[in-house]
Write a protein that binds this ligand. Structure first.
Ligand SMILES: [Zn+2]
Length: 236
């Protein structure tokens, strides 16, 4: 081993000692440059949905009759206490935008193999409220989209949809009012996507309301547009 290489390895060792890379789920020390930053055990515990193997799957079923889709799949299964939940939590609340980028790249590696997505013309992240973006410093859906865009080599259109500002608190409203509020909180943004094929991207799909509304706004404003969906996770 050359002196230069020995010094570099010593420096890396010291950095690890001073700033250990901890598993985002169980906090044990992660030795390799594993992405996302998980130990081997937690990495193995990540549950991949494999929805991309089937044209009709749990994600497309959840949006059936609400939004016509060319393709739809989530990367991971989201559940209480899962490693996936920890990753999404860190991405949204602990300033770890790189998790979005890294998992977005993983998702991109799967999407790039889908024949139905070969004619995709762009990637549209679901926008978040401007106040939340300001506090967080980024939109997690945009970070995921960046990872996907990097692998697919397709452009990203973060202004294709926009988020309107809420009136009053969400928590005091009834379920019906909240759904109505979600519908009204999105609007069409910039660009003409008529006859184009777009990939709509979000972090977690739960009821599907957000993606339903966002997809339908694009359908209303751009005649002939086709919509596909990719999310990091889906609540089962
Ligand atoms: Zn771990």
């Amino acid at each position: 081993m050359s002196i230069k290489r020995e010094l570099r390895s010593l420096a890396e060792g010291l950095t690890t000692l001073l700033y250990p890379r901890l598993c985002l789920n169980c906090r044990s020390v992660v030795r390799q440059s594993q992405t996302p930053q998980l130990c081997a055990t937690c990495q193995a515990a990540l549950a991949y949905t494999e929805q991309w193997l089937l044209p009709e799957n749990a994600l497309t079923d959840r949006l059936k009759g609400r939004l016509p889709l060319t393709f739809g799949a989530a990367l991971l299964a989201f559940g209480t206490g899962t490693v996936c939940q920890q990753l999404i939590h860190a991405l949204k609340y602990h300033h770890r935008p790189e998790i979005g980028l890294q998992l977005g790249e993983q998702l991109g590696e799967i999407l790039v193999k889908q024949a139905v997505l070969a004619d995709l013309q762009g990637i549209v992240p679901v926008p978040i409220h401007p106040d939340r973006r300001h506090d967080r410093g980024y939109n997690q859906a945009e970070e995921i989209s960046k990872g996907i865009a990097r692998v697919l080599g397709k452009p990203m259109f973060p202004e294709a949809l926009r988020r309107k500002v809420f009136k009053g608190s969400q928590t005091r409203k009834s379920r019906f009012e909240r759904v109505e509020n979600t519908r009204e909180s999105f609007a069409a943004g910039k660009g003409d996507f008529s006859d184009k094929h777009l990939l709509l991207v979000d972090d977690v799909l739960t009821t599907g309301a957000t993606l339903d509304f966002c997809g339908n706004i694009l359908l209303e404003h751009h005649p002939g547009v086709r919509i596909s969906i990719a999310t990091l996770a889906m609540a089962t």
